[in-house]
Design a protein around this ligand. Structure first.
Ligand code: 2AM
Length: 485
């Protein structure tokens, strides 16, 4: 065999296979290995048939031997111990300067640990989010690489070559940042996906159960929304779901059990937000909405004993639909603003230098949350790379000003009719809190000082000076200044 492989890939499940075919289509010779050798053979004789630059290997030694130096090996295997086990097996076969890439769904602290361990051994490491499912992997995924920055030039052309492209040809792949930043950003992507989906479900509930639109009418509404500011993959598939019929001619969606599943990335985002004290309320509400939906039996029983409004919304249909569109857009802006707040805080915590505009561009195409809207976020960070919060960017300030009334009316209609809109309403509460110079936390601090002597600061004294009041006249002036949440 003459030519050495440009890159090797371990793990021939569908994602792995499709990435190999995608890389090979872009002119790269790819070596492949899988634990179960029969799958390698099957792949070579079926999906990769006739491709003489896809090279199969049955041992890791042979696999490593086919790779051009510095060697680049991408793992597309099950997250967790399997990744560590492959790293342990590969390291003795590699030389300093070789690169291992984990393209699976690893939790970011694992990626941080692996990047640091391998750096000490002289092996480069990248942990990358790959989003877009099987189709994305084959035709153009969103790729979010992070880890040891010295590794980036080794795979930049390959990754940007195979990634999805936006209209102007920019690839949905760029360097994200150090350590586990790539996998971290993929986690945030998934959290945002939870929020986007929940908000669309709430708009559907308001318009279908509340306003009484049929699924045919909703098909038209989502089709129209997909032509404007909300143009996105999730609105597009929702449009198509509305017109998909079951065998009896009824909308299939009406036959589906209202009990949502989840795999945990939304929950990880929520846990991360609580740990860092960043109010990512919309994503967390979206996770809880799934949890509440899962209590189907309890809800059925409760629905028989607890009464409430009839869930009907009446009025000018056109105006109510347009209000719902604006409510969705405004809530979505809050969700992304919160996601970016969390990324910024995590970056600070870990000493990462994240590429915020680049992240918006990576999500702009190829992945589940792809949308035209993300181009606006990219523009905002291009205008001001140090932007503190998306909500204060001039473009988003003006969109929020335009949407605010419609958003409030939509939430008010839903609340009055007894239709749950946890994502839209919590987003609105966050928005009102964020734009408030003064919140009732003055009372909260008084309460804390009253029962726990936790002290408070005063508006008429410099920050950092703490006071305690003996509220009851008993108990003395002891303060509990060491208490921290
Ligand atoms: P397999 O085909 O031999 O099962 C996704 O599941 C990929 O991870 C597959 O390529 C699978 O290999 C691989 N994988 C899962 N568990 C593994 C393990 N314990 N050791 C090696 N590879 C594993």
């Amino acid at each position: 065999m003459g030519k050495k492989a440009d890159i090797g890939l371990i793990g021939l499940a569908v994602m792995g296979q499709n990435l190999v075919l995608n890389m090979n289509d872009h002119g790269y010779a790819v070596a492949v290995y899988n634990r179960t050798a029969s799958k390698t053979e099957e792949f070579l004789q079926d999906a990769a048939k006739g491709r003489d630059t896809v090279i199969g290997a049955h041992t890791l030694e042979d696999f490593v031997g086919t790779l051009a130096k510095p060697r680049k090996i991408m793992l597309m295997v099950k997250a967790g111990d399997v990744v560590d086990s492959f790293i342990d097996q590969l390291v003795p076969l590699l030389e300093k300067g070789d690169l291992i890439i984990d393209g699976g769904n690893s939790h970011y602290p694992d990626t941080t640990r692996r990047t640091r361990d391998l750096r000490e051994k002289g092996i480069l490491y990248i942990g990358t989010g790959v989003s877009g499912g099987e189709e994305g992997a084959r035709r153009g995924p969103s790729i979010m690489p992070g880890g040891n920055e010295e590794a980036w030039p080794l795979v930049k052309d390959i990754f940007q070559g195979i990634a999805a492209k936006v209209e102007d040809g920019s690839p949905c792949c760029d360097w994200v940042g150090q350590d586990g930043a790539g996998h971290y950003v993929k986690m945030i992507h998934n959290g945002i996906e939870y929020g986007d989906m929940q908000m669309i479900c709430e708009a559907y509930d308001v318009l279908h159960n509340g306003l009484g639109l049929t699924h045919d009418e909703l098909h038209e509404v989502f089709a129209e929304w997909n032509e404007g500011e909300l143009d996105s993959f999730l609105i597009e598939i929702t449009r198509d779901i509305m017109k998909t019929l079951d065998t009896d001619g009824k909308p299939l969606v009406t036959k589906i059990l209202d009990k949502a599943g989840q795999k945990g990335t939304g929950k990880w985002t929520g846990i991360n937000s609580l740990e860092l004290g960043v109010p990512v309320t919309l994503i967390v509400e979206a996770v809880y909405a799934r949890c509440l939906s899962a209590l189907k039996h309890e809800r059925v029983a409760a629905s028989r004993v607890i009464s409430g409004p009839e869930k009907k919304i009446e009025g000018d249909r056109k105006a109510i639909i347009e209000d719902a569109r604006k409510a969705l857009l405004a809530s979505k802006i809050v969700s992304y603003a919160q996601g970016y707040m969390l990324m910024r805080e995590t970056a600070k915590e870990n000493g990462w230098d994240l590429n915020y505009g680049g992240i918006a561009l990576m999500w702009r195409g190829g992945c589940i949350i792809r949308s035209v809207f993300l181009g606006k976020i990219k523009d905002a960070f291009d205008r001001n790379p140090a932007l503190q919060n998306l909500l204060v960017d001039p473009y988003f300030v003006s969109v929020m000003a335009d949407c605010q009334g419609a958003w409030r009316r939509t939430v008010a209609r839903a609340v009055t009719a007894g239709i749950p809109v946890p994502a839209m309403s919590s987003a609105l509460s966050f928005f009102d809190g964020y734009r408030s110079e003064r919140l009732p936390a003055n009372l909260l601090q008084a309460q804390r000082d009253y029962f726990g002597a936790h002290t408070y600061e005063r508006i008429d004294r410099p920050e950092g000076e703490f006071f305690h009041t003996n509220w009851t006249g008993t108990g003395g002036n002891v303060s509990s200044s060491t208490y921290q949440v």
